[in-house]
Design a protein around this ligand. Structure first.
Ligand code: ADP
Length: 160
Protein backbone atom coordinates (compact mmCIF):
# COMPACT_ATOMS: atom_id res chain seq x y z
CA UNK A 1 0.00 0.00 0.00
CA UNK A 2 1.47 3.36 -1.07
CA UNK A 3 1.14 5.91 1.70
CA UNK A 4 2.26 9.54 1.39
CA UNK A 5 2.50 12.29 3.95
CA UNK A 6 1.97 15.95 3.06
CA UNK A 7 3.60 18.04 5.80
CA UNK A 8 3.20 21.78 6.26
CA UNK A 9 2.02 24.61 8.47
CA UNK A 10 -1.39 25.10 6.79
CA UNK A 11 -1.99 28.37 8.67
CA UNK A 12 -4.70 28.26 7.35
CA UNK A 13 -5.39 25.81 4.49
CA UNK A 14 -5.98 27.52 1.12
CA UNK A 15 -7.44 26.30 -2.18
CA UNK A 16 -3.79 25.67 -3.21
CA UNK A 17 -3.27 23.16 -0.38
CA UNK A 18 -6.66 21.54 -1.00
CA UNK A 19 -5.80 21.10 -4.69
CA UNK A 20 -2.53 19.32 -3.78
CA UNK A 21 -4.33 17.08 -1.23
CA UNK A 22 -6.96 16.03 -3.80
CA UNK A 23 -4.39 15.31 -6.49
CA UNK A 24 -2.14 13.37 -4.07
CA UNK A 25 -5.25 11.48 -2.94
CA UNK A 26 -5.75 10.16 -6.45
CA UNK A 27 -2.09 9.09 -6.73
CA UNK A 28 -1.68 7.25 -3.41
CA UNK A 29 -3.73 4.72 -1.46
CA UNK A 30 -3.60 6.99 1.55
CA UNK A 31 -2.51 10.59 2.04
CA UNK A 32 -1.77 11.77 5.57
CA UNK A 33 -1.63 15.53 5.96
CA UNK A 34 0.82 16.43 8.73
CA UNK A 35 0.09 19.72 10.47
CA UNK A 36 3.29 21.03 12.00
CA UNK A 37 3.09 21.94 15.65
CA UNK A 38 5.95 24.41 15.80
CA UNK A 39 5.84 26.87 18.69
CA UNK A 40 8.77 28.85 17.22
CA UNK A 41 6.61 29.91 14.23
CA UNK A 42 3.75 31.48 16.31
CA UNK A 43 0.96 30.64 13.88
CA UNK A 44 -2.36 32.53 13.71
CA UNK A 45 -4.36 29.31 14.18
CA UNK A 46 -3.52 26.76 16.88
CA UNK A 47 -2.55 23.31 15.70
CA UNK A 48 -5.99 21.98 16.77
CA UNK A 49 -7.72 24.71 14.75
CA UNK A 50 -5.57 23.99 11.69
CA UNK A 51 -6.29 20.25 11.97
CA UNK A 52 -10.04 20.91 12.29
CA UNK A 53 -10.06 23.28 9.30
CA UNK A 54 -8.27 20.69 7.16
CA UNK A 55 -10.62 17.90 8.31
CA UNK A 56 -13.59 19.99 7.33
CA UNK A 57 -12.31 21.12 3.93
CA UNK A 58 -11.28 17.57 2.93
CA UNK A 59 -14.28 15.67 4.30
CA UNK A 60 -15.24 14.52 0.77
CA UNK A 61 -11.78 13.01 0.10
CA UNK A 62 -12.09 9.37 1.20
CA UNK A 63 -8.43 8.41 1.62
CA UNK A 64 -7.13 11.44 3.51
CA UNK A 65 -6.21 11.63 7.19
CA UNK A 66 -5.23 14.79 9.05
CA UNK A 67 -2.74 14.58 11.93
CA UNK A 68 -0.71 17.00 13.98
CA UNK A 69 3.01 16.32 14.30
CA UNK A 70 6.10 17.94 15.70
CA UNK A 71 9.75 17.40 14.87
CA UNK A 72 11.19 16.08 11.64
CA UNK A 73 8.94 15.32 8.66
CA UNK A 74 10.94 12.14 7.92
CA UNK A 75 10.21 10.81 11.41
CA UNK A 76 6.54 11.64 10.96
CA UNK A 77 6.59 9.83 7.60
CA UNK A 78 8.24 6.75 9.19
CA UNK A 79 5.73 6.73 12.06
CA UNK A 80 2.92 6.76 9.47
CA UNK A 81 4.52 3.93 7.46
CA UNK A 82 4.80 6.32 4.47
CA UNK A 83 7.32 5.91 1.65
CA UNK A 84 6.79 9.37 0.17
CA UNK A 85 6.71 13.00 1.30
CA UNK A 86 4.57 15.20 -0.96
CA UNK A 87 5.29 18.91 -1.33
CA UNK A 88 3.79 21.54 -3.61
CA UNK A 89 5.95 23.68 -5.88
CA UNK A 90 4.56 27.06 -6.85
CA UNK A 91 7.42 28.95 -8.44
CA UNK A 92 11.18 29.10 -8.78
CA UNK A 93 11.24 30.87 -5.41
CA UNK A 94 10.02 27.65 -3.72
CA UNK A 95 12.55 25.53 -5.56
CA UNK A 96 15.81 26.26 -3.76
CA UNK A 97 14.45 25.72 -0.26
CA UNK A 98 12.38 22.69 -1.26
CA UNK A 99 15.36 21.08 -3.02
CA UNK A 100 17.58 21.65 0.02
CA UNK A 101 14.98 20.17 2.32
CA UNK A 102 14.35 17.17 0.05
CA UNK A 103 18.08 16.46 -0.18
CA UNK A 104 18.51 16.79 3.59
CA UNK A 105 15.59 14.42 4.12
CA UNK A 106 17.14 11.97 1.66
CA UNK A 107 20.34 11.88 3.73
CA UNK A 108 18.36 11.50 6.96
CA UNK A 109 16.03 8.84 5.53
CA UNK A 110 17.24 7.25 2.25
CA UNK A 111 14.16 5.00 2.23
CA UNK A 112 11.76 7.95 1.92
CA UNK A 113 11.39 9.95 -1.29
CA UNK A 114 10.07 13.47 -1.79
CA UNK A 115 7.63 13.99 -4.65
CA UNK A 116 6.72 17.47 -5.87
CA UNK A 117 3.37 18.31 -7.36
CA UNK A 118 3.43 21.52 -9.36
CA UNK A 119 0.68 23.87 -8.36
CA UNK A 120 -2.37 24.30 -10.55
CA UNK A 121 -1.93 27.57 -12.43
CA UNK A 122 -4.95 29.25 -10.87
CA UNK A 123 -3.38 28.86 -7.39
CA UNK A 124 0.25 29.56 -8.29
CA UNK A 125 0.28 32.93 -6.52
CA UNK A 126 -1.50 31.75 -3.40
CA UNK A 127 0.04 31.38 0.06
CA UNK A 128 -1.38 31.35 3.60
CA UNK A 129 0.72 34.45 4.33
CA UNK A 130 -0.83 36.45 1.47
CA UNK A 131 -4.34 35.40 2.50
CA UNK A 132 -3.70 36.57 6.09
CA UNK A 133 -2.33 39.89 4.81
CA UNK A 134 -5.35 40.55 2.60
CA UNK A 135 -7.64 39.61 5.49
CA UNK A 136 -5.95 42.05 7.88
CA UNK A 137 -6.94 44.84 5.49
CA UNK A 138 -10.44 43.38 5.13
CA UNK A 139 -9.94 42.48 1.47
CA UNK A 140 -12.04 39.83 -0.28
CA UNK A 141 -10.48 36.41 0.38
CA UNK A 142 -13.32 34.34 -1.11
CA UNK A 143 -11.19 33.29 -4.12
CA UNK A 144 -8.37 32.04 -1.88
CA UNK A 145 -10.03 29.89 0.80
CA UNK A 146 -13.36 28.03 1.27
CA UNK A 147 -16.16 30.07 2.93
CA UNK A 148 -15.75 28.33 6.28
CA UNK A 149 -12.03 29.24 6.39
CA UNK A 150 -12.79 32.85 5.39
CA UNK A 151 -15.20 33.05 8.35
CA UNK A 152 -12.57 31.64 10.72
CA UNK A 153 -10.07 34.23 9.46
CA UNK A 154 -12.55 37.06 9.93
CA UNK A 155 -13.24 35.81 13.47
CA UNK A 156 -9.50 35.97 14.22
CA UNK A 157 -9.38 39.51 12.81
CA UNK A 158 -12.22 40.60 15.13
CA UNK A 159 -10.47 39.05 18.16
CA UNK A 160 -7.26 41.05 17.50
P1 ADP B 1 5.45 25.36 5.08
O1 ADP B 1 5.38 26.25 6.28
O2 ADP B 1 6.03 24.02 5.34
O3 ADP B 1 5.96 26.01 3.82
P2 ADP B 1 2.82 25.66 4.00
O4 ADP B 1 1.57 25.39 4.75
O5 ADP B 1 3.09 27.07 3.61
O6 ADP B 1 3.94 25.00 4.84
O7 ADP B 1 2.85 24.78 2.70
C1 ADP B 1 2.81 23.38 2.76
C2 ADP B 1 3.08 22.83 1.37
O8 ADP B 1 2.06 23.27 0.49
C3 ADP B 1 4.39 23.29 0.75
O9 ADP B 1 4.91 22.22 0.00
C4 ADP B 1 3.98 24.41 -0.15
O10 ADP B 1 4.88 24.57 -1.24
C5 ADP B 1 2.63 23.92 -0.63
N1 ADP B 1 1.76 25.01 -1.05
C6 ADP B 1 1.46 26.13 -0.40
N2 ADP B 1 0.63 26.92 -1.12
C7 ADP B 1 0.42 26.27 -2.29
C8 ADP B 1 -0.31 26.57 -3.49
N3 ADP B 1 -0.95 27.72 -3.64
N4 ADP B 1 -0.30 25.65 -4.48
C9 ADP B 1 0.38 24.51 -4.33
N5 ADP B 1 1.11 24.16 -3.24
C10 ADP B 1 1.13 25.03 -2.24
Amino acid sequence: MAIAVYPGSFDPATYGHIDIIRRAGSLFDEIIVGVLNNSAKSPLFSVEERVNILKRVTEDVPNVKIQAFSGLAVNFARDCGAQVIVRGLRAVTDFEYELQMAQTNRVLAPDIDTMFLTTSLEYAYLSSTIVKEVNVFQGDISKFVPPFVAEALQEKYKQK
